[in-house]
Design a protein around this ligand. Structure first.
Ligand code: ZN
Ligand code: ZN
Length: 264
């Protein structure tokens, strides 16, 4: 059964945007999903993450409005299984019966086997952090659709992309990278808004941050993952929360952020 609507939103909710060449973003209340186009089949897409609870209609209608009725979804890839990244997945799968791919370490959280650990409301100040114990953290069960990502780092349907293990925020968190444009889809490994602060979330104040602290049990590993992402020298940061950042090499910013997190 899906979770109820969560009354957390931002001024950009419902806004679709061109995030990078062939990558279309949509802000769903406080979280972003991305439609990535298959270069060989321009009407076909892979969806990265699945939004907030009760947002399937918003995601489906964005796809149809933006890409037309011959839009085809080929697969869904989850950066991780938190409620704000899988919230609409059951509704989306009812609409498009497609495979879902996750890292093997994330599998327990999407097959009804394990819940995420309790939130840490005191990990960082801010109203969203304070509210975090109210957020769903239970495992969903999409066993009939879910498969593990190929171990060689390749991404199903997306030849130009690779996936990178970026644990810390969750054990099986992944990011996706494309050399063309040096585009990084980072999920929650690194985000561009201070997610703990309600006022910043509401206006989507653009600032580079580590993963939401209240839901990150292993900060040290999260810092190592950001170091790893810095090594890719991304020039476009497309994140699970916040407005994408474009147009410069983010290597030193990411290293600085990783060092700051590691010293906490
Ligand atoms: Zn998360
Ligand atoms: Zn998130």
């Amino acid at each position: 059964m899906s979770d109820p609507y969560m009354p957390l939103t931002s001024v950009r909710s419902g806004t679709g945007f061109e995030a990078a060449k062939g990558v279309h973003g949509l802000t769903v209340q406080i979280a972003n999903v991305y439609f990535i186009q298959l270069p060989s089949e321009p009407r076909s897409f892979v969806l990265i993450d699945a939004g907030m609870p009760q947002s399937a209609d918003m995601i489906v209608s964005e796809a149809k409005q933006r890409f037309g009725d011959d839009f085809q979804l080929r697969a869904i890839i989850l950066t991780h299984g938190h409620f704000d990244h899988i919230g609409a997945i059951e509704g989306i799968l009812e609409h498009w019966d497609v495979p879902v791919y996750v890292h093997s370490r994330e599998m327990p959280y999407v097959t009804g086997k394990e819940d995420y650990p309790p939130a840490r409301p005191d990990s960082k100040s801010g109203l969203v952090a304070k509210l975090s114990p109210l957020f769903p953290r239970h495992s969903i069960d999409i066993s009939t659709h879910v498969q593990t990502l190929p171990e060689d780092g390749s991404v199903p349907f997306l030849d130009e992309w690779m996936w990178i293990a970026t644990p810390g925020h969750t054990p099986g968190h992944i990011s996706l990278f494309r050399e063309d444009g040096r585009v990084l889809v980072a999920g929650d490994a690194v985000i561009t808004v201070e997610q703990e602060k309600m006022a910043d979330v509401l206006i989507q104040k653009q600032e580079l941050h580590g993963p939401p602290a209240y839901f990150t049990p292993d900060t040290e590993m999260a810092a190592e993952s950001i170091q790893k992402l810095a090594g890719l020298e991304p020039e476009a940061l497309l994140t699970g929360h916040g407005i994408p950042m474009n147009g410069k090499n983010f290597r030193s910013d990411l290293i600085e952020l990783a060092n700051r997190l590691a010293s906490l």
